[in-house]
Structures are given as C-alpha cells and as structure tokens.
Design a protein around this ligand. Structure first.
Ligand SMILES: C[S@@+](CC[C@H](N)C(=O)[O-])C[C@H]1O[C@@H](n2cnc3c(N)ncnc32)[C@H](O)[C@@H]1O
Length: 299
C-alpha cells in the first residue's frame, strides 16, 4: 500500500489539526475497507492531498504537481526581493508578450522576468527540467501519453532572434542575474548590463516590451515620489515606440509616474495588493499630444 500526506492552508492557526483529522479519516477508510492502514510519509509520499479552507468553503484536492511549480530549478542566486517565477510568467502572458519583439527588464534584480521571457520567446515548456510530477504516482498515469505530449512540446522550441535585455544599477544583482541565466541555459538569448535605468535610453530598433517590478517602498529604502517620477520621465523621453508594464504594491506611488495608464490590472503578489499597469509610449507628435495631458487617474 502506498504512502500519503495531507497538507492544509486555511490561514488560521488550526490548519495542523485539520490535516490531522483528514489524515485519520483517510486512514480509517482504508482500514475499514481493506483492513490495512496506509502510511504517512511527510517527505516523499506517493499521494499528496491538499485541503484549502476559505470562509465556509472547504476544497479537497489531489496535488498533481508535487514540489511547487514555481521551483523551476534555475534560481540559485537571489537578491533581496526576487519575484516569484510563476508570477513573472503570468505577468508576461497577461501583457500579451509572445517573444515577437524586443524585451527589456530595466530593473532586473536576479533576472527572473528575463528568464521567463526568454522561455516564452523560445517556446521552452515551463518546468522542462523538472525530474518528477506527483501525477506520475497515480494509478491511471499513462507514461506513453506523457512522452507524446512532452515530445510535441519539445518540437515547438525555436530560437528567438529578438533582443532580451536586463539592466540593474547594483553590480551584485547583475552577477546574480547572469548566474541564474546560465543555470537556465539561456545565456545565448539574454544580455544583462550594469546600467542605471534613469541614465539609459532605448538602443534597440523597433517595437519593444518593457516589463519590471521596481523596488517597493516598504521593502527597499527609496524616495518613492522621486523614484516613480524618474520612471515616468525615462520612459516618456527615452523609450519611444515601446509598451511598458510595471507591477507595484505602492499604488499611491503610481501617480508620480505622470503617464496615463492604458490598463490597470489589480493583482496579488503573495498577500500584497498590487496594480499591474500598462503605458503606451509613442514617438513624435503622438507622444507630445498624449503626454501633454498625461496624469494617472487617482484611485
Ligand atoms: C524588486 S527588485 C527586482 C526583482 C527582480 N524582478 C527579480 O526577480 O529578482 C528591483 C531591482 O531594481 C534595481 N534598481 C533600483 N533602482 C534602479 C535603477 N535606477 N536602475 C536599474 N536598476 C535599479 C534594484 O537594484 C533591484 O535589483
């Protein structure tokens, strides 16, 4: 008989008790039906069961992934505020980025957004290097089907010829990003430079997506008003013909950017309420016309 584990997260103090009662109920069921108790294995169980309680709703799920999907395996080096890998991938997909234009993360930290962007651009399946999924332990797991699906995804991998670039003003962040990019085997596709974004200008030709998570006021020591104003000025003056996206939990700070958002998407980053906002940056007369009245709407 296989082993199992029950985890629960219900954001209250009794989640351990809930796991314990559920585990007993499952063990009793098997005892009653098969006269055998399945063993609990906290580290390497055959089956993982997850219980989630939200208000009056209780959801019991079989965990098909096992180890959390954000653990892609490339991030050995992190800085003080790395973004979660799956959040980075989700933001890129939400922005509509498909890898068919240049890409810049102007405050790239440990390089997570750059790596996820390069994976999208090259159509590399997320978690391709993962050794194991929990569903491989299930009775109805079809290994042949798994390899057919894996093969068909691997055949879609392509080599993107668009530029993917990261900047950071901290040399330590640049080093960390470079190390993580090497770990992900993507150094052929991504360049990381020691650059202060506020002194930079667009040096790539053609349409460009800029996407980043600037430092959050409460996490990093910055003058929020001046910092966000410089973000707006740099984007407006130095990055024409680009689409810029940024995510921040400092919702009030967005008004200092001084550009009109063309989208504002409410999101959670862990327990922080955030906005993921979009700015269209035009060239020439369109830019002047638009920017003359730019001012972000108040929330
Ligand atoms: C919240 S972190 C980004 C985290 C990153 N997405 C990751 O996954 O590691 C913000 C980064 O912005 C960098 N930064 C702050 N001001 C900057 C500037 N003016 N130019 C370039 N980078 C800057 C910081 O050094 C820090 O690494």
């Amino acid at each position: 008989m296989g082993t199992f584990v029950v985890n629960s997260n219900n954001f209250t103090s009794n989640s351990h008790y809930i796991s314990l009662k559920s585990k007993d109920a499952i063990a009793d069921y098997f005892m009653h039906k098969y006269k055998k108790r399945p063993n609990v294995d906290l580290k390497y169980p055959d089956v993982k069961i997850h219980i989630h309680i939200h208000k009056e709703w209780l959801t019991i799920s079989l965990d098909s992934s096992g180890e959390s999907l954000h653990k892609r395996g490339y991030r050995s080096a992190t800085n003080i505020a790395p973004i979660n890998e799956v959040l980075a991938a989700g933001l890129l997909l939400l922005s509509g980025y498909k890898g068919e234009e240049n890409f810049i993360d102007p405050m790239c930290g440990s390089g997570t957004i750059l790596i996820e962007a390069a994976m999208i651009a090259n159509q590399i399946p997320a978690n391709i290097n993962r050794k194991h999924f929990a569903f491989e332990n299930w009775n109805d797991y079809d290994e042949d089907l798994y390899f057919i699906i894996q093969d068909s995804l691997l055949k879609k991998i392509r080599s993107s010829h668009f530029k993917i670039m990261g900047f950071d003003k901290a040399p330590s962040a640049v080093r960390k990003a470079q190390q993580n990019i090497i770990n992900a085997n993507l150094d052929e596709f991504i360049g990381v430079h020691h650059v202060n974004f506020f002194n930079s200008k667009k040096e790539v030709f053609g349409k460009t997506t800029i996407l980043f998570n600037p430092p959050y006021g409460e996490r990093l020591n910055i003058d929020v008003e001046e910092f966000y104003r410089k973000i707006g000025d740099t984007l407006k003056n130095n990055y024409p013909n680009s689409t810029a996206w940024l995510i921040t939990s400092d919702i009030q700070a967005l008004k200092f950017v001084g550009l009109r958002t063309s989208k504002r998407i409410p999101l959670k980053n862990a327990d922080l309420d955030c906005r993921f906002v979009k700015y269209e940056l035009y060239e020439g007369s369109k830019k002047e016309k638009k920017n003359s009245s730019f001012n972000d709407e108040e929330e």
